[in-house]
Design a protein around this ligand. Structure first.
Ligand code: ARG
Length: 567
């Protein structure tokens, strides 16, 4: 593909001595201001000249191939570049013709491993709506990195370890026969846990028995281990229902328990390096030197390790096992301090290149509007029910709009799930969200169903045309109207958008982009007749429709949204 920005940068490099001039080139949000623009006020200080003068001088000196950059203009100290429309259409069409549904992919990540820690719910606890967000952000980033040639490794760092399991075992011993765990096991386990916790507060003996159970579990006692496995299996069965519906996968389920026997080494290394201090009997690592006032606890006074210790063991293990380029933690921002602490301690455990690769991909809170759509049992929202209800709702809408549609169930599933995924991935990670199903399912809003609807439209156009025209029968000079040109330019950006989304770990960059593509297609479609007697025009417009079809499908696929063929 022609890299227009690079063409401009290379020419600018020839005529100025400014280091990294390419980094100053911007893509104006308003294309009237050029497709690329150089804000010369940013060079004014170095060159000791007025921006307008710099812009004029640069314009004089550079010579750009008109077949690539058709116009250069000086406006208010900006040097604006307009790309040649024929060139951009040709390069997009050629590239899509060659790469098809892999359009936008690249190999920039080849040979680099990205570890993604996402979803990671706690055993015997509900999978809540915050977990839904990490699951979807993580699942999308997984695909986005793969598309750029990286190797993604998805890890479900299950919360399957801790003293609470000693309590759960005791609760089961005492009341196991009261609960039928074959149905709705998680809520029942939560119930048992609340009950035993209350009892522990009142009865020291019970508490001691719980502690004893945990010790037995740690030492591999058969009865306790079997029970722990039972809790884990019951929980996983519930979690897997959600993963199945969402089509989210993991390469590893090594959770906290996996690291239980790997924490000694951490304490060892830190001790040998003299980084451990004692604080009220606990072993801690002081982090004042990097501006963190809360030391990181490594071992409690009673000798047990904590969440952080197991995460440290995980960093060492992941560095050794995956030799990662990045290790991303998609976890709510509530855990900011935790990640700051463990990343700071990590410098004593692994090579600097690994420390640099550690990143907390923090996300905001999600709340639910209380209403019909949320099934509540006590205070617990069952995500599985929510997913199913959304699919049901999608089915109602489809029944209304297109009662004769084939495979209605399949389509409703894609639309319902697509609505949830898009809604979750439509704002930047850190923003708090309200999960509102009615907005998510609005076919006319900026939603998953809207994208799917536009995609289906491209399908029906292509169906009417018969088949996608051969590129050699396409005369691109036909596509000179504003709507067509704007649409092609947007399609040109796809790879760049994916790269940005990976750089910032923000899937919403792709979701916003897809909405733009869909809207521009809608304008193009309304302003241009695609099926006409003039085959020259029909072929060109049909080919452009085909390109939109590819970008919408591939882009949605990166977010985890599946496209129905009809709806
Ligand atoms: N289990 C934790 C929770 O539900 C999230 C774990 C995130 N991953 C990690 N390596 N700490 O809050």
């Amino acid at each position: 593909m022609i890299d227009f920005k690079n063409e401009i940068a290379n020419e600018l490099k020839k005529v100025t001595s400014i280091e990294g001039i390419e980094d100053f080139i911007e893509i104006p949000s308003n294309k009237e201001m050029g497709d690329y623009s150089l804000p010369c006020f940013k060079l004014a200080k170095t060159l000791k000249k007025a921006p307008q003068m710099i812009a004029n001088e640069l314009k004089e000196k550079i010579t750009l191939d008109e077949n690539i950059i058709s116009k250069v203009e000086v406006v208010n100290g900006y040097l604006n570049f307009y790309i040649n429309t024929t060139a951009v259409i040709k390069t997009v069409f050629d590239e899509i013709n060659e790469k098809k549904e892999m359009y936008g992919s690249s190999k920039i990540g080849e040979g680099k491993n990205i570890v993604l820690d996402y979803s990671s719910p706690n055993i015997a606890k509900p999978f809540h709506i915050g977990h839904l967000r990490t699951t979807l952000i993580g699942g999308a980033l997984y695909k986005i990195y793969e598309y750029l040639g990286y190797k993604s490794i998805g890890i479900n760092h299950l919360g399957d370890y801790g003293t609470q399991f000693g309590k759960m075992i005791e609760a089961y011993k005492m009341w196991g026969n009261e609960y039928d765990l074959t149905e709705d096991p998680i809520n029942k386990m939560v119930d048992m846990y609340v009950r035993i916790n209350d009892l522990c507060k009142k009865d020291e003996d019970v508490l001691n028995r719980c502690r004893e159970n945990f010790k037995l579990l740690e030492n591999g006692d058969k009865y306790c281990t079997d029970l722990w496995n039972k809790f884990k299996d019951l929980s996983m069965k519930e979690f897997n229902k959600i993963y199945d519906v969402l089509d989210v996968k993991f390469d590893s389920y090594n959770g906290e328990a996996f690291y239980a026997d790997k924490t000694d080494e951490i304490i060892d290394i830190l001790t040998k390096k003299g980084k451990i201090t004692e604080s009220q009997g606990a072993k801690v690592v002081d982090l004042e030197d990097v501006g963190i006032n809360t030391p990181c606890i490594i071992q409690k006074a009673n000798g047990s390790t904590i969440y952080a210790t197991r995460d440290l063991a995980a960093i060492l293990y992941r560095a050794r096992t995956y030799d990662f380029y990045k290790c991303l933690y998609v976890v709510a921002y509530e855990q900011n301090l935790h990640f700051k602490q463990i990343f700071a301690v990590a410098r004593y455990l692994v090579d600097e290149k690994y420390v640099k690769g550690l990143e907390h991909v923090a996300f905001g809170m999600v709340s639910l509007p209380s209403g019909k759509m949320s099934t509540r049992l006590g205070n617990v929202v069952k995500i599985e029910d929510l997913l199913n209800e959304t699919i049901e709702k999608a089915k109602e809408i489809i029944n209304e709009k297109n009662p004769d549609l084939e495979d209605k169930d399949e389509v409703a599933k894609k639309v319902g799930i697509g609505a949830i995924i898009f809604n979750t991935l439509s704002t930047s990670n850190i923003k708090d969200q309200i999960f509102d199903w009615n907005t998510a399912l609005n076919f006319n809003g900026e939603t998953g169903p809207y994208l799917q609807y536009m995609y289906v439209r491209t399908n029906s156009v292509l169906e009417k045309v018969g088949n996608v025209p051969d590129l050699k029968d396409v005369d691109i000079s036909v596509l000179s109207d504003d709507a067509s040109v704007k649409l092609v330019k947007e399609l040109y950006d796809f790879n760049n958008i994916i790269k940005q989304s990976a750089e910032k770990n923000e899937p919403y960059i792709i979701s916003r982009y897809l909405i733009n593509v869909a809207k521009l297609f809608s304008t193009f479609y309304n302003e241009n007749k695609i099926i006409t007697d003039d085959k020259r025009i029909q072929n060109a417009r049909a080919y452009l429709t085909y390109c939109v079809n590819i970008v919408l499908k591939s882009g949605a696929g990166l977010l985890g949204i599946q496209m129905p063929n009809k709806m």
